[in-house]
Structures are given as C-alpha cells and as structure tokens.
Design a protein around this ligand. Structure first.
Ligand code: ATP
Ligand code: MG
Length: 234
C-alpha cells in the first residue's frame, strides 16, 4: 500500500516505519554519544548486504579499525566484499585510506559529495552511510553555504538512486532535519541510576509512522527495538 520499502536491518524499527525506509532518499539518525547511532547505521548497511546490494560506509569520527572491531563483536559481517568502509577521520594516517581521491578531503561537504559520487560511478552503491555528519557541518562555517551543499548532496544521492543514512550528534533541531526525508532520534534517560533507552521517529515523508517512543536495547547482536511496548518510567 505504501510502495516498495527497504529494511533498516532492525525488525522492530521496520514495523515502526510501516515496512521500512522508502528507497532513494536521505535519512538522519540523531542522538547523544553512546545512544547507538553507529550500531543502527551498521544494521542498515548489513541489511543492504543481505539484500545483495553494495554498501558504502564513511566513518568520520571513529577510526575504521575500532569500528571494525566493535561491529565484529556484534556479529556484523563487515568483511563482505560488497561492503566498503572508508576512513575519513581527521586522525587517520593518510586522512583517508582507500582512494587518493579522498586524500584532499578536508571536511567539506561538497568535496565529500564529489568523492562519494565518484565512488558510486565506479561501483553502484545503493546504500551510503555518513557517520556522523556533525564534523562536516563544523568545517563549513557559513550556514548558507552549508545548506546549499547539503541540499546538493541530497539531490545527487537521489539521482544516483542511493538510500543514505547519516548520523548526527546535534541535539537541537537543525537545518538537516528540514532537508532530509526522515528523522529518527535515539534517547537515553538515567532515572535513579537505571538507564532507559527510547527510539522515536520524528519525521518520515511519504508515509505514516509510529509516533510513540519505543524502548530499545543494545545487545551482543546489536539493537533490538520493541515496537509493541511503551517505556514505563518509575
Ligand atoms: N554487547 C553489548 N551490550 C550492551 N551494550 C553494548 C554492547 N556493545 C556495545 N554496547 C553499547 O553500545 C553503545 C555504543 O553504541 P554506538 O557506538 O553505536 O553509539 P553512538 O551513538 O554511535 O556513539 P558515539 O556518539 O560515541 O559515536 C555504548 O553505549 C555501548 O556501551
Ligand atoms: Mg558513533
């Protein structure tokens, strides 16, 4: 009834999205440090692999080596040949390891867009992850320029028929939220020493969605979303 959907790799979240994400669009996952943004992005990436797609994952803060180690522990098959992990962290030895093209990348969104487009021309990636975009924003001080570059990025990805998931650490509502097709927020509450986690969909263009905040857990196998439960605080 809602057309073709693609899985996020998290069954409970797919239910909240009424079947999954609408392909070819850009989505944002936001949340405080340690809420599970990278883990969610990895589920999305691995669902692509499971579906026979090529996936491009650009890590901008967590070094690729750490990411590989953490994700392997959760059972993600990051060594699949259809999965390309690009280290774009400022501290990585050559800035970015994979392609010369990325070496000149100095944090600008436009350069990043061109670099990703170049990658997609070489190999048809249908899922792209940028984790997190926060860094790109900080290195583009001019708000107007950033907005233009951000929109340009979204349009380019749409033309290339790639579904994009980006993560952000920014808590307040920001320009990205207006420009993307969907926003999911991961929240964490510490109440009397007990940690509660909740996932909320804030926006999903072109679809209805579950508006409630649903509890989720991070386990040895990644994120589990309980789409049929509510968070009961003490
Ligand atoms: N096996 C596990 N069981 C429970 N929790 C785990 C397990 N493995 C990792 N975690 C938790 O997952 C969280 C890290 O998730 P992730 O790296 O996806 O978060 P993030 O939002 O990307 O964080 P950051 O903002 O630092 O990038 C940590 O809080 C960690 O304690
Ligand atoms: Mg992360």
């Amino acid at each position: 009834m809602y057309g073709k959907r693609i899985s996020t790799g998290i069954p409970g979240l797919d239910v909240m999205l009424r079947g999954g994400l609408i392909p070819g669009r850009t989505y944002l996952v936001k949340g405080a440090p340690g809420t599970g943004k990278t883990t969610l992005a990895m589920h999305f990436a691995m669902a692509g692999i499971a579906n026979g797609e090529n996936v491009l994952y650009v890590t901008l803060e967590e070094p690729a080596e750490n990411l590989r180690a953490d994700m392997a522990k959760m059972g993600f098959r990051i060594n699949d040949s259809r999965f390309t992990l690009i280290d774009a962290t400022p501290t990585s030895e050559r800035y970015v390891l994979v392609e010369d093209f990325f070496e000149s990348f100095a944090g600008s969104l436009e350069k990043m867009t061109n670099a990703i487009k170049e990658q997609i021309r070489e190999r048809h990636y249908t899922r792209v992850v940028l984790d997190p975009v926060t860094m790109l924003k900080l290195t583009t001080p001019d708000e107007m320029e950033y907005r233009k570059a951000f929109l340009g990025f979204i349009k380019s990805m749409m033309r290339m028929r790639a579904t994009v998931l980006m993560t952000s650490e920014l808590q307040k509502t920001d320009i990205e939220e207006y420009l993307v097709s969907g926003v999911m927020e991961l929240r964490m509450f510490d109440i009397q020493g007990t940690l509660y986690r909740g996932l909320k969909i804030l926006k999903f263009r072109g679809s209805s969605f579950d508006c409630s905040m649903r509890p989720y857990e991070i386990t040895d196998r990644g994120i589990v979303v309980y789409h049929d439960r509510v968070i009961s605080l003490p």
